[in-house]
Design a protein around this ligand. Sequence first.
Ligand code: C2O
Ligand code: CU
Length: 463
Amino acid sequence: MWWDSRYPALWSAAPGAGSPTSAHGNHPGTAGGHTARDITTFQVDPAHPADVRVELEARTSELHHPSGRSFRGYTLNGTSPGPEIRARRGDLVEVVLHNIDIAEGTTLHWHGINVPAAMDGVAGVTQDAVAPGEAFTYRFLAEDAGTYWYHSHQVSHQQVLAGLFGAIIIEPTKAEPVPDTVMLLHTYPGGSRTISAVGGQTHVPALPGETMRVRTINTDNLTAFLWVPGAQARLLAIDGVDLHEPGPFRDLKVRLAAGARADLEVAVPEEGAVRVQSTGVSLLIGPPGATAPETKVPDAELDLLTYGSPAPATFDTTTPDHHFDYIIGQRIGFLDGRPGYWWTINGRMGRHVPMYVVREGEVVAMHIRNRSVEAHPMHLHGHHVLVTARDGVPATGSPWWTDSLDVDPGESYDIVFLADNPGVWMDHCHNLPHAVEGLMTHVSYEGVTTSFLLGHDSGNAPE
Ligand code: C2O
Ligand code: CU
């Protein structure tokens, strides 16, 4: 078992490419055959000029907690979080990543944006990690307005924690009726919760009576909760997708899975301010000097299974071409030669976990079940998935599109998605240490191959 669990020094994530991962789709992997198209060919027209262009310099740096204590971290253009990137829907976004001095290399992944496969930023799958002194150019169309974030996908469990991330906002084509503000939650190594590296309360100036869209982003490994003490709010969007007819609520907490985003709408009262709170931090929105109460986290949670009102789906979800199981468990065994208590997918570990093979245009249903004792925020790259049921209870609220879905211990979710973005896409737990411990696989399109390699000798380690 020990011998069998070891990874080769070099291996490929492509199905049928002699990878250590066996394909368990309905079709045999043909990606190694002559019809296969290389993942690097999935990109936007190189002649298309950029509307938004950003240069980012990634480097190692001494950073400071709000308490003043310092730690070794990473910056982008001298800060962590990196610059907030803003684009309009329809813009072509071009970001040049320069690695100044990060020895193990780095990449950028556009979390929640359904970019073409070559731009996904996964070291060893869609590109090689960018070595010190080198650069990589990301180009994609900002097709869907919403709240997203970017982060390293090379040694991501360390690089994201220590600062290699930032917010990217795609604004609607028409100016929004209400102003917005970003609430970027992160806990740096050995520190406490921050909003854009600031601890405690952050003041956002706004006028009495003004309405504000608060774009919250959870860049941590654990679930966050948000609440609005003593005032009414609406949840406008989850994971970058607007909800249908979201109604007002109060005294409820809103769940924000690791990697997830939630856009809250709040109004500044005529007297005082309004607060969006999370554990240890809050945004205080209102005129200078005005204040709002702080409370403990409400017991009751806003349930997205019933929130808002239904709307027709954008594709036929009733007759899927595949029904896949993604059953999460835990077992004693060997992972790459190391003994431990490792995560399993469908009872298998490490190189034996299933890869899900699909064809372009197919409708894919997946049953995700958590048979372990910890929560798993499940993240499929390159797609949004529609929640159809939780624990067998059908969704009856607004269409709930997600890319970062918390599956609590004992829970199961049924989801469905349209395979409309060919590539080799990671499908993993966004509690990033869990991905290191084996909770990671791929959704691969038949006929797509990658020549990038994983393994000890490759220099690529996406987890
Ligand atoms: Cu936020 Cu695989 O990533
Ligand atoms: Cu997990």
